[in-house]
Every structure is written in structure tokens, then in C-alpha cells.
Design a protein around this ligand. Structure first.
Ligand code: OAA
Ligand code: MG
Length: 624
């Protein structure tokens, strides 16, 4: 034991020496400026320590609960702090008791008790798998999952990976939407990094407070347009946390690489401002120069602290900032906007995958969108790009197959002057249509896509009309969470008498109409961004190019089999998402190498094998 500790100390000293070697010149690892400070400048003392005993049990990154082996219990001063049974991780997640053992001292005869405990845990298997399930309220399940992540990170991810279809709706849409709405009242331990106007001028210091030094993926929101729920201010933090949990579980990125950030510039949500439990700044949103300055400081600080290759994902910004930030930082940083580009790629994948069912090519379709914001115009543009390349026609001509309806009706040329710039490419010559129904009647689309953030907008009339002139209309209701979905799966299949191919942003279960059961896919950017992140990391990408999203979409579509299509599914099931993410990661990386945007050289011959081999596994590691 003593000699092992000596080894460890030696290793840590070596690491520290290596780090300080980098820091002597004032490098990014000079964490608190202790090397670069002059003698009269104050510095902060800090330590590194090997966790043991109760501290080890309380550290979610290293805690294994009852899965600590006998040897580990001896070596890490855990004797008596855990009940005597050894419960393997598999069995643990079945149990998912995840008890916090650190408040009790256990004195017992291990050998005898051990088998007894194992037996009783096994007997509990089926029932206790239902531990999370036993909460009827999805928000309770969410809280239970977050508690688990705070207690035992690897168990949390193992549970999520092995039960992805069941738990995705808990840690992600739709439940994460409710969690954000009630974030203040369910707030326990803080997760992620909070950067508010109070931190202006000190953002780099805030980043230095984050315990991980090797961050490679940041998901950042300013909370102004959380899913289709609107301005939730600082409470939007649930979204970066949820997205990054998916980067790990679905993409296979290491948890320590991930940093969720919520930027607080106030909120215009009066309900939150009046809510005594609101945890954000109690002021109206700052806009203009002050807003731009805080974001800019954050963008510069992120690059300074984590280097050129830190991937920054913009999430759930309002339209007016989303397009601007993407254009501004797309040239200087490794960034993408999930709601514009991620959603676009997933929608395109579903459309391409459905071609064997509808017949023809993408260019044979006529597309009508309800919602002309980030998702709507993002999808429109990727479809137009794909059509223009595949059909070898100019982009402008491809765009003419696509029509948008916004809150004022059909986007047409005569509205040009008052249109926001991102809608203008789709303002074609046509008389005005004030409603979605009149636009459907006038344009006779084959594809109807909802990106409006408004629930119940694909009415019975709309769906009956589109199915009156289409053998197989494609209906994608992409707004999240479920309450904002343009229609439900049940409504879509019932109203079109089972004719449509339906997909939605939030999940719906199977639907039976006239004795036939229909399955719908979940057209959610969760298929795309984890693989995009994985691809960027394995290739050391320095900038995102739109073609990487096209490749991601193609890779996803190529994984839809005849079996899926026979069921009406235009997306492969989430159950295989880690493999899907590896395929997407490989496709993204291949494109990045081709475009000269990859820095990890030499290029691995087999990018798929490389992506798979890099994926994080939440299985417990042995401790010496
Ligand atoms: O988070 C999701 O489920 C998809 C998404 O990006 C959004 O709706 O804003
Ligand atoms: Mg989003």
C-alpha cells in the first residue's frame, strides 16, 4: 500500500513537472498564474490530491459504490464505509439503488453477508430496474437521473447507454423542457458553468474555475429560445447539460471533455422575473453592444483556455442572435449551431431515407414549412444544396421547390422589404396566403415540415388536405418538446388514414389506426451532433464546413434499412446510436480530411474503426 501511494505521488509529481514546464512561459496551463506572476503579485495556492475514503465515494467521477473490489477497499481506505457485498456494475444498474454509502459505517463479516446481499439484489432485479420507472412523474425520473449523475457518473452513463430508448425522453426532450421550466425549484447541486453579466471582464477566470482542464466540447445557450418553450433565461442550463450527456452516452465522448455553459444576460420572461425561486439575474435581457461584448469575451476566453480545437455548439439562441453568431464566429472558431445545422442534417437524412417509399428523387418533391426560423431555413438550405448537387441544377432553382410559412403567412416576394434576411432566399413569386391551410391548398406540397415551435398547428384540415392529393405525404412535426409538436403521431396517422410517413422532434410511441400499427421516427438533432463531435475530435478539426453536415446526413440515411422502412421508420432506432454516431463521426472526419480542415495526421486508414476505438465506455476501471 505504502509503495503504491509512493508510486502515485511520483507519477503526480512528474505530471505536475510536465505541466509547469509548459506553464513557465505563461502557457494556458498556468492555471492560477502562479508561474507567470511577478513576485509582488498575489497568487492562489492550490493542490492536487489522490481521493480516498469518503472523498472517493463522494466523487461522482470515481465512485463505484458497492462495485469496489476487496483490494480496492483496502487500498483506498473504504473498509467499513461500504456495505460488505460486492455488486458488479451490471447488477448495480439493474438495481439502480445508488445509495450514498458515506453516512454509515458498516461492521460485518464480509464473507457471509456478501452472498446474502448478492442474492437479495438479484431477487430485486426486475423490480428495481423499475426504480426509475416507478416514478410516474417524468420530472421525478429526471431528478432521479440527475441525482445519479451527481453520485456515480459511470453508473449514470451505463444506465443511459443500455436503456437509451427508455431514458432519452427523461434526460432529453420532452422532460428536459419541463426541467428547464422548473429549474429553480428543482435546483440541487449546480452543474455546468454560469456566466452572467456580473462576470464581465472575468470570463477567463470563470473558465479557470472549471475543474477540467482539457475541455474539447462546449454547448452554450443564452436561454432565449429553449426548445419551443421560449425565453427561460438562465434556466435554459438544462439544455447544455442534456446535450452533453448525449455527447457522452450517444457519441462516446469522455465526460471530462464536456463543458455546459449558460450565459445569463437577463430574461424577458416576466413569470420568471416574478418567481422567487428564479436562479438567474433578475433583469430584462441586455441586447446590442453589451450582449455582443459578453459573448465575444466568452468566445475569446474559451479559445484561450482550451485552444483552437475546442468545439463550441450554439444551442437554443433566438433567431436574431443565432444566425449572427454563426456567421461571425464560423470564420474564427470551431462552431456550429445545432438548431440550424444539426436539425437540418437530421431532417435531410429522414427525407433521403424515405425516397424508396415515396419514389422519385428529392428534386421531385415540393416542400412546405410551417416556421421560418433557424430550423426551417436551415433545413430548407440543406435540402436545396443537396438537390442542386444531385440534380445538377443551380441553387436558386432548387430553392424554388421550397416554400415557407411564417406567422404572417406564406413567405412571398411581395413581402420582401419586411422579411428578415434569412427568409429572403425563399420569398418566391406567389400571391399571399394568410394561413397554412390556404398555402397547402395553393401549393400542393408533398412534404410538410413543422419548425414553428407552436403546438397543434397541423390541424385536421391541413392533414386531410395534404393527404387528399398525395399517396404518401411526408409529415415531419419537428418542434419540441411534445407540447409544442405541430401534431401528434396519433393525429397524423388518424387524420390521413395511415397514408403518411411521419416523424417528430420528440418521441411518440406506436399508433394503431384501423387495426394497423404505425411506428414513427424521431427526427431530432440528437442523431447528428454526437457523431459530429466525435468526428471533429478524432480528426482534430479546426473549422466546421456545411459539407460535413451533408455527409453526416448521408451517413445517417444510409443506415436506414428495408426493415425499418417496412415499419414506416425513416430513422434507425436509437438503440444502435453509438454505432450510428461512429459512422457519422467517420463520415464527418473523412470530409474534414478531404477539405484540409483536419489536423490529426497522418489520417487513419480506417476512420470507422478509429471512431469506434475512441468511444468512451462507462464500465468501471480497476484502481490499483
Ligand atoms: O433539443 C432538442 O430536442 C432538439 C433541439 O435542438 C430543439 O428543439 O431546440
Ligand atoms: Mg435546440
Amino acid at each position: 500500500m505504502e509503495s503504491q501511494l509512493r508510486d502515485l505521488r511520483r507519477e503526480l509529481n512528474l505530471l505536475a513537472e510536465k505541466d509547469s514546464g509548459l506553464a513557465v512561459r505563461g502557457g494556458v496551463r498556468d492555471v492560477f498564474g502562479e508561474d507567470s506572476a511577478t513576485e509582488d503579485q498575489p497568487t492562489t495556492p492550490w493542490t492536487r490530491a489522490v481521493a480516498s475514503g469518503v472523498e472517493l465515494l463522494r466523487d461522482p467521477r470515481y465512485n463505484k459504490g458497492t462495485a469496489f473490489t476487496e483490494v480496492e477497499r483496502d487500498n483506498h481506505y473504504l473498509r467499513g464505509l461500504l456495505p460488505p457485498a460486492y455488486i458488479s456494475q451490471d447488477l448495480q444498474f439493474v438495481c439502480q439503488l445508488g445509495v450514498d454509502y458515506s453516512n454509515v459505517l458498516y461492521l460485518s463479516n464480509q464473507q457471509i453477508k456478501c452472498s446474502g446481499y448478492q442474492f437479495s439484489f438479484r431477487v430485486m432485479e426486475k423490480r428495481v430496474l423499475a426504480n426509475i420507472r416507478s416514478y410516474e412523474d417524468p420530472l421525478q425520473k429526471y431528478i432521479a437521473m440527475m441525482d445519479l449523475s451527481e453520485r456515480n457518473e459511470r453508473l449514470f452513463f451505463k444506465l443511459l447507454i443500455d436503456n437509451v430508448e427508455e431514458l432519452l425522453p427523461v434526460v432529453y426532450t420532452p422532460t428536459v423542457g419541463e426541467a428547464c421550466q422548473k429549474y429553480g425549484s428543482i435546483f440541487r447541486r449546480p452543474h455546468g458553468l454560469y456566466i452572467s453579466l456580473k462576470e464581465r471582464g472575468k470570463v477567463l477566470d470563470v473558465l479557470k474555475n472549471w475543474p477540467e482542464k482539457n475541455v474539447q466540447i462546449i454547448v452554450v445557450t443564452d436561454g432565449e429560445r429553449i426548445l419551443g418553450l421560449g425565453d427561460l433565461g438562465l434556466q435554459g442550463m438544462g439544455i447544455p447539460i442534456g446535450k452533453l450527456a448525449l455527447y457522452v452516452a450517444l457519441g462516446g465522448l469522455r465526460p471530462s471533455l464536456c463543458l455546459p455553459v449558460s450565459i445569463d444576460v437577463g430574461t424577458n420572461n416576466q413569470k420568471l422575473l416574478d418567481d422567487p425561486y428564479y436562479i438567474g439575474l433578475r433583469q430584462k435581457r441586455t441586447t446590442g453592444e453589451e450582449y455582443d461584448a459578453l459573448i465575444h469575451e466568452f468566445m475569446l476566453a474559451a479559445k484561450q483556455e482550451y485552444g483552437e480545437k475546442v468545439l463550441i455548439q450554439f444551442e437554443d439562441f433566438a433567431n436574431h442572435n443565432a444566425f449572427k453568431l454563426l456567421a461571425k464566429y464560423g470564420r474564427t472558431h470551431l462552431v456550429f449551431n445545432d438548431d440550424i445545422q444539426g436539425t437540418a442534417a437530421v431532417a435531410l437524412a429522414g427525407l433521403v431515407a424515405s425516397l424508396p417509399l415515396t419514389g422519385g428523387t428529392l428534386a421531385d418533391h415540393r416542400f412546405l414549412f410551417l416556421g421560418a426560423g433557424e430550423a426551417g431555413t436551415g433545413i430548407a438550405e440543406i435540402i436545396a444544396t443537396e438537390i442542386s448537387r444531385k440534380a445538377n441544377i443551380p441553387l436558386e432553382e432548387a430553392r424554388r421547390k421550397i416554400w415557407l410559412v411564417d406567422s404572417k403567412g406564406l413567405v412571398v416576394k411581395s413581402r420582401w422589404d419586411s422579411l428578415q434576411h434569412f427568409k429572403r432566399d425563399y420569398a418566391h413569386e406567389h400571391e399571399e396566403c394568410k394561413t397554412l391551410l390556404s398555402a397547402v391548398q395553393a401549393l400542393k406540397p408533398t412534404v410538410l415540415i413543422g419548425t414553428s415551435g407552436q403546438g397543434s398547428t397541423f390541424t385536421k384540415d391541413v392533414i386531410e388536405t395534404i393527404s387528399s392529393f398525395n399517396e404518401k405525404p411526408l409529415i415531419f412535426a419537428l418542434s419540441n418538446p411534445t407540447s409544442q409538436s405541430e401534431c401528434t403521431a396519433d393525429q397524423a396517422y388518424t387524420w390521413c388514414k395511415g397514408k403518411c410517413i411521419f416523424a417528430s422532434g420528440s418521441p411518440f410511441g406506436p399508433v394503431t389506426v384501423d387495426g394497423k400499427t404505425y411506428y414513427s421516427g424521431q427526427a431530432n438533432n440528437a442523431y447528428i451532433f454526437p457523431g459530429m463531435g466525435l468526428g471533429c475530435i478524432i480528426a482534430g478539426v479546426i473549422r466546421i464546413h456545411d459539407d460535413m453536415f451533408l455527409k453526416a446526413a448521408e451517413a445517417l440515411a444510409s443506415l436506414v434499412t428495408k426493415e425499418h422502412l417496412d415499419k414506416g421508420l425513416v430513422y434507425p432506432p436509437f438503440q444502435n446510436i453509438r454505432k450510428i454516431s461512429a459512422h457519422i463521426g467517420a463520415a464527418v472526419a473523412a470530409k474534414a480530411y478531404e477539405l484540409g480542415l483536419a489536423t490529426r495526421l497522418p489520417r487513419p486508414d480506417d476512420l470507422l474503426a478509429c471512431a469506434e476505438s475512441c468511444q468512451y465506455s462507462p464500465v468501471y476501471r480497476p484502481y490499483r
